[in-house]
Write a protein that binds this ligand. Structure first.
Ligand SMILES: Cc1cc2nc3c(=O)[nH]c(=O)nc-3n(C[C@H](O)[C@H](O)[C@H](O)COP(=O)(O)OP(=O)(O)OC[C@H]3O[C@@H](n4cnc5c(N)ncnc54)[C@H](O)[C@@H]3O)c2cc1C
Length: 375
């Protein structure tokens, strides 16, 4: 008999897990107190780049996600509606010997994914030459050089328009008709994993996927899980004014990240992500800070970051701002809970993907589905 799985959580992890289960022939009951548009996943940058997701499985999950995002992303009627392939740049200070490569750039997991990433380490001069010939937009060069940046990583990333992607995933879940029960936006939270297990049995499920993100801190009493706060401001991508346009025709937006040197730090990274119809400018990475609003001094810092990125802040006003808490854990929790499993029920946790939920979600969902169904 095919399984029926209670999937708890309507963020990127819960939705993609539900989809993976449905694609493998299982039935699903998807529940969440929140609709997808109220989740952390909805406000995220949607950039494919491993960031604060420290797990031995992160690279494999990331490459599996990159492969899925890449397939059909050039089709404006298909995945291209919500996935864009764009240049991504990360500036580095400190001279040649200080600039290493990230382990995820090695291509260890898949030649196809690694070649589509086209990862390169360049000097700043080389990078600006590339940008000129490829006509992609970078921060003002003089400021980058004056601030001491000497090198950069350049690669081709995929960026997900998170709101559209969540809505497409929910539509696909619903399209499975009788095999998919959807009960999201109920306002009802589980207090313990035991409550999830009881509810699963009541609804004829033989498995549970706990995809509650940061909610698992309370539900599971998981003290290793912390919220890492990120604050962002948004600009309208279609109407924003740039200080860097060269007047020689249209330019492609690039994602730019600076986590060190004069402009950024690990707790206050300076970044810009072109996501759908907006430009997302960040940011912060502050573990344990749960202030829900953007603070006045942060807003000033974010505007300064926008200016550093080349946005003409004298002529362009932000159109929104957002604060979210990344569910960070020293290692992700994707495992069978042997204590809660038994008596005909399999219980799997899938949470703690830090700043990388949109980078790892496909690989993580595949692993969760295997743990839930392969018995
Ligand atoms: C500022 C910021 C920028 C980011 N940018 C990026 C990026 O560019 N790229 C990237 O890969 N990642 C990014 N992230 C990280 C990404 O957003 C997260 O890793 C991802 O959203 C986690 O998804 P999730 O489904 O686990 O959790 P969530 O989206 O938080 O969903 C959790 C779900 O569980 C439900 N839930 C919680 N508690 C309970 C309970 N007790 N009972 C029942 N249901 C419950 C919630 O209602 C919700 O539906 C960013 C995050 C932030 C904050």
């Amino acid at each position: 008999m095919a399984s029926k799985v209670l999937v708890v959580g309507s963020g990127v992890i819960g939705l993609r897990t539900a989809l993976e289960l449905l694609r493998r022939g299982a039935a699903v009951r998807l529940v969440s107190p929140a609709v997808p548009s109220s989740t952390c996943s909805h406000g995220a940058g949607g950039l494919w780049m491993p960031f604060h997701c420290d797990d031995g499985r992160t690279n494999r999950w990331s490459y599996e996600t990159l492969e899925e995002l890449s397939s059909g992303c050039e089709d404006p009627e298909g995945r291209g509606r919500y996935v864009e392939s764009l240049p991504a740049v990360s500036f580095k200070a400190g001279g040649d010997s200080a600039v290493g490569l990230p382990d995820w750039a090695s291509g260890e997991w898949s030649d196809a994914a690694s070649s589509s990433l086209d990862f390169r380490r360049l000097t700043v001069d080389e990078l600006y030459r590339e940008a000129k010939s490829g006509r992609f937009r970078l921060p003002p060069r003089a400021a980058i050089v004056d601030a001491g940046y000497t090198h950069a990583w350049l690669f081709r990333t995929r960026i997900v328009d998170a709101p559209l992607a969540l809505s497409a995933m929910l539509d696909e879940v619903r399209s499975h008709g009788g095999r998919a029960e959807v009960d999201v936006g109920t306002g009802r939270s589980y207090g313990t994993p035991g409550e999830m297990a009881d509810d699963a049995r009541r609804h004829g499920c033989d498995a549970v996927a706990n995809c509650t993100g940061l909610g698992a801190r309370k539900v599971c009493g998981d003290g290793e899980l912390v919220g890492a706060r990120g604050a962002l401001i948004h600009f309208d991508r279609r109407s924003v004014a740039w200080t860097t346009d060269d007047g020689e025709g249209p330019m492609t937006d690039a994602s730019v990240t600076i986590e060190g040197g004069a402009f950024g730090s690990p707790t206050h990274p300076c970044y810009m992500i072109p996501r759908g119809d907006m430009l997302v400018v960040g940011g912060t990475y502050l573990e344990g800070d749960d202030e829900p609003d953007v603070r006045p001094d942060e807003r000033r810092g974010l505007l300064e970051n926008a200016r550093r990125m080349g946005i003409d802040v004298g002529r362009s006003e932000p159109v929104g701002e957002w604060v979210g808490l990344r569910p960070y854990r020293p290692t992700c929790r994707l495992e069978v809970d042997e204590g809660l499993s038994g008596e005909g029920l399999r219980f799997v946790h899938s949470y703690g993907y830090g700043g990388s939920g949109w980078t790892v979600f496909v690989g993580a969902a595949r692993d969760a589905a295997s743990l839930l169904l392969d018995r």
